[in-house]
Design a protein around this ligand. Structure first.
Ligand SMILES: [Zn+2]
Length: 103
């Protein structure tokens, strides 16, 4: 389980690095001369930023799940301490909250 989570963490790290590289640090949303062009660029950039945020949030969960392994609370909800459903853990081994407290 730990190895699986650590692998996932590394994978997310790599994906985020890729996204950062493709969006670039020079950044800023610039609108081109042709409105359509600028808009689609802006939309694409916004979706990349959203993807980056999503990956970051997921990575934080993976890190927390690893900490829960150390604490011995892995598989239990961080909010109510009830066991997390097995099928939920199977789909997302880094789940740190039950279905009621997810999101
Ligand atoms: Zn809960």
């Amino acid at each position: 389980m730990r190895a699986e989570l650590e692998e996932k963490r590394a994978e997310l790290q790599a994906e985020r690095a890729d996204l950062s590289a493709s969006t670039g640090e020079t950044g800023g949303i610039s609108f081109g001369k042709r409105v359509g062009e600028g808009t689609s660029f802006a939309v694409e950039r916004l979706s990349q930023v959203a993807a980056h945020d999503r990956l970051g949030a997921m990575q934080a969960e993976v890190v927390r799940a690893l900490a829960k392994l150390d604490e011995g609370t892995y598989g239990r909800c961080d909010v109510c301490a009830e066991p997390i459903a097995a099928d939920r853990l199977e789909a997302r081994p880094w789940s740190i909250r039950c279905i009621r407290h997810a999101g």
